[in-house]
Ligand binder design. Structure first.
Ligand code: R5P
Length: 265
């Protein structure tokens, strides 16, 4: 692997081989998402606990101090909206010159395997990989399900993750599934990070699935709403970080969460 590619990946994936990415890119199709109306404010208390941010160039330029030390992953697919016809009909929305100009450590884009726009999104992924590999910039493929949340099961996720890796993604983001998640990881030759999805009823559910996902081979998370939409974002991200980087189990994570919440840690 070339030095530049390795250097960028090592800014994102830590020495222990694990990673906690904090996405705040939701506005690219949802508009001012709850708790993300002012992304710069949302991340102030929590970004120090993340290994990298994930966001669009618009939020980067307008809300993030260029002196920030955290690496970031730039979302470069979009041009759809939650009120539009089909979320899967994404295009590449950022040029390679802009990606380099804004010093992204990686880029990400969604692929919609099995959708009407499967070919378009997969061809876009290949195109992006070609452009980014030339400059040593890793591509993270986001295996998206749009509004079809029921697609979050092992067979589908394994298929989508593998195809994304075959087309050249250096990292794959996929959802977690309770049954046979190891099949998703084992069938994918590049590192996998887990998305959080819509907010869960309890914090413990998040600790449970992050822990199980890591046990089954995921290297970490790309998890947003179940951190910054919760009542205690700092407690939440610190507990998740402890699972990923310090080997906490869900009970230990919950104990830490409660201690941080109570101001005792
Ligand atoms: C989708 O809006 C984005 O790709 C998010 O980065 C991704 O879904 C992860 O965020 P969350 O944990 O909120 O699902």
């Amino acid at each position: 692997m070339d030095w530049g590619m390795q250097n960028r990946l090592s800014r994102l994936i830590q020495k222990d081989g694990k990673a906690l990415f904090l996405p705040i890119d939701h506005g690219y199709f949802q508009g001012p998402t709850h708790c993300l109306e002012k992304p710069g404010e949302t991340i102030k208390p929590i970004y120090q606990y993340a290994d990298a941010l994930m966001l669009t160039r618009g939020i980067l330029r307008n809300c993030i101090n260029p002196a920030v030390e955290k690496p970031y992953i730039m979302r470069v697919s979009g041009a759809v909206s939650v009120v539009g016809e089909d979320l899967a009909n994404e295009s590449l929305v950022t040029s390679i010159q802009e990606i380099i100009r804004l010093n992204a450590s990686a880029v990400s884009m969604s692929v919609f395997v099995g959708s009407k726009y499967e070919n378009k999104s997969l061809a876009n992924l290949s195109k992006l990989v070609d452009q980014c590999e030339t400059y040593g910039i890793p591509v993270m493929a986001v295996c998206a399900v749009g509004k079809e949340l029921e697609k979050r099961e092992a067979r589908y996720l394994a298929l989508a993750a593998r195809i994304a890796a075959e087309l050249g993604a250096r990292v794959v983001k996929t959802y977690y599934c309770k049954e046979h998640f190891e099949k998703v990881v084992n069938g994918c030759p590049v590192p996998i990070v887990i998305a959080g999805g819509p907010r869960t009823e309890t914090q413990r559910e998040v600790f449970d699935f992050v822990y199980d996902g890591i046990q089954k081979g995921a290297i970490g998370v790309n998890l947003g709403r179940n951190i910054w939409q919760t009542e205690h974002p700092v407690a939440s991200i610190r507990a998740i970080r402890a699972i990923i980087h310090e080997g906490y189990n869900p009970q230990e994570a919950e104990d830490l969460y409660n201690q941080v919440k109570a101001g005792k840690a």
